[in-house]
Write a protein that binds this ligand. Structure first.
Ligand SMILES: NC(=O)c1ccc[n+]([C@@H]2O[C@H](COP(=O)([O-])OP(=O)(O)OC[C@H]3O[C@@H](n4cnc5c(N)ncnc54)[C@H](O)[C@@H]3O)[C@@H](O)[C@H]2O)c1
Length: 385
């Protein structure tokens, strides 16, 4: 393989431009070789602007270009077919979050790249933020002890116009979910990655509260983790201002992240020990809250450039912090479990049944299609046949 990796981007309207800029920000590692979008106007505009060949189909691009890496920024339901096609062509992949809408698609992507011996990485750029890395390190080092409770609030605001502007948003067919698929994946990833907890069961509740969309714009869940820890979470596109907060409580203390800052409190006596040994009617372990000072990761990249940088290191067989497909799948497993649980009206055991989820999603897509046709029929002026 050439020292400089030949990279192409597929899906160019929104995030794909961010991918191009990240590739161009790493000129020693990458060369932008081609771009691809099914929309001819988008493909033409972007290929002219960046002076590379534009393709309307990934299959054509893979046939005509000698590529090392393809980054995928299409809507999520297309991630699987793009990633699998790249694996079959022996091309490494960086795929946007969520890596797919259904966990079975994520399984297929991981399997295809394993078989091909190529690298599959998922865009979770928040993992490269110095503060997020430092929090994870403190938890892994056991500074707050075994985690017993985690909470995530990740609320955002999106208008009706946002959903109407781009047809696939908020639809079952176009993204396979709502806030859990589109806005929440980064927060869900942080929730699981920082705490290091493994899912056991999930009781979820999804609502379409404010927007005229098919999928959830508000979701909450109670999560039981494999070690018995309790998880709670809420996410929405209906809150203004949005709030982003993660709380982690362990046997030796707690960490709270909010508004870009984090603090830690370490107990003078572990909670369980204090609980069993204390002979006082009142009182609790003593702790002082202190700000967490982020550690320098030792590389200058913080966002999509970091995703490409670590993918490049991984491809070249160097030590990297790339996010493998198996890691990217974790937050999707949680999102799917919340959605499935809400529709079934009871807890869902993880890993989510692949067959169960696929049948559920296909059913939602069919039901939404029927509803769309009925609405169309009822439109004033529409002739009944
Ligand atoms: N990491 C992040 O912070 C972040 C931010 C925004 C979006 N995203 C993710 O990026 C992905 C794209 O989102 P977006 O907002 O840029 O979407 P978008 O609709 O703005 O752009 C998607 C583009 O993909 C093209 N496309 C669709 N199907 C295609 C196919 N089969 N082959 C080639 N091109 C195809 C469309 O024509 C469009 O130009 C989503 O999965 C989204 O979740 C990630």
């Amino acid at each position: 393989m050439a020292e400089r990796l030949r990279a192409a981007v597929v899906g160019l309207r929104g995030m794909g431009i961010g991918h191009i800029k990240a590739i161009l920000a790493l000129p020693e590692m990458y060369e932008l070789a081609a771009v691809c979008d099914i929309n001819p106007e988008t493909a033409r505009k972007v290929s002219e602007e960046y002076k590379v060949t534009g393709y309307l189909a990934l299959s054509e691009m893979l046939k005509h270009e000698k590529l090392d890496v393809v980054s995928i920024a299409t809507p999520h339901p297309f991630h699987r077919e793009c990633a699998v096609a790249c694996a079959k062509a022996g091309v490494h992949v960086l795929v946007e979050k969520p890596m797919a809408s259904a966990v079975s698609d994520a399984d297929d992507m991981i399997r295809a790249h394993k078989r091909a011996g190529t690298v599959l990485s998922v865009v979770f750029q928040q993992r490269y933020q110095p503060l997020q890395r430092t929090i994870r390190k403190l938890v892994r080092e056991g500074v707050i002890g075994e985690i017993t409770r985690v909470h995530m609030t990740a609320t955002y605001f999106r208008s009706d116009f946002y959903y109407k502007l781009v047809g696939w948003r908020g639809t079952w067919k176009g993204e396979g979910g709502g806030v859990l698929m589109n806005q929440a994946p980064h927060a869900l990833d942080q929730y699981l990655w920082q705490s290091g907890l493994e899912l056991d069961t999930v009781l979820g509740r999804c609502e379409t509260f404010m927007h005229p969309i098919e999928t959830e714009d508000r979701a909450s869940a109670i999560v039981t983790f494999a070690n018995g820890a309790l998880g709670t979470l809420v996410t929405s596109t209906t809150d203004a201002p949005g709030i982003y907060r993660i709380e982690m409580v362990g046997d030796k203390g707690a960490i709270v992240f909010e508004k870009g800052k984090a603090s830690i409190a370490v107990n003078n006596i572990p909670t369980r020990k204090f609980n069993s040994e204390s002979r006082g009617e009142w009182g609790s372990p003593k702790a002082e809250w202190k700000d967490i000072v982020p550690e320098d990761p030792g590389y200058p990249y913080r966002s999509h450039d970091a995703c490409f940088y670590h993918l490049g290191l991984q491809i070249h067989g160097k030590r990297s912090e790339y996010v493998p497909g198996e890691e990217g799948r974790k937050s999707l497993e949680l999102a799917d479990a919340i959605i499935l649980s809400s529709y079934r009206g009871g807890p869902v055991k993880c890993p989510v049944s692949r067959k169960g989820y696929d049948e559920f999603l296909a059913g939602r897509i069919r039901a939404a299609e029927r509803e769309r046709r009925r609405t169309e029929e009822r439109r004033p002026g529409k002739k009944r046949v």
